[in-house]
Design a protein. Sequence first.
Length: 113
Amino acid sequence: QVQLVESGGGLVQAGGSLRLSCAASGIMFRVNRMGWYRQAPGKQRELVARINSDFSTNYADSVKGRFTISRDNAKNTVYLQMNSLKPEDTAVYYCHAGASNYWGKGTLVTVSS
């Protein structure tokens, strides 16, 4: 059974930081491109960052320099370190396993101004 379980969301003030985690099970984690997506109210889901099996990374322009994606293949976990958070970062953040095309249920991040 495939599971992607996100954690680490919450309420934070603008300028603050949060670290999201996504623990994966039931997939060959190390071969999957892992991604973080987000969906704000009334908006489409968008890519935030992704990390490939070779640890290369891609970021949305809106988060470059503020967010860092990383992975720990020994723990089957992908992380998203979010710094200098802005109110426009408020969204439900979802973990995605690329090769397997599975999604987590999401974790809510709320940034207050």
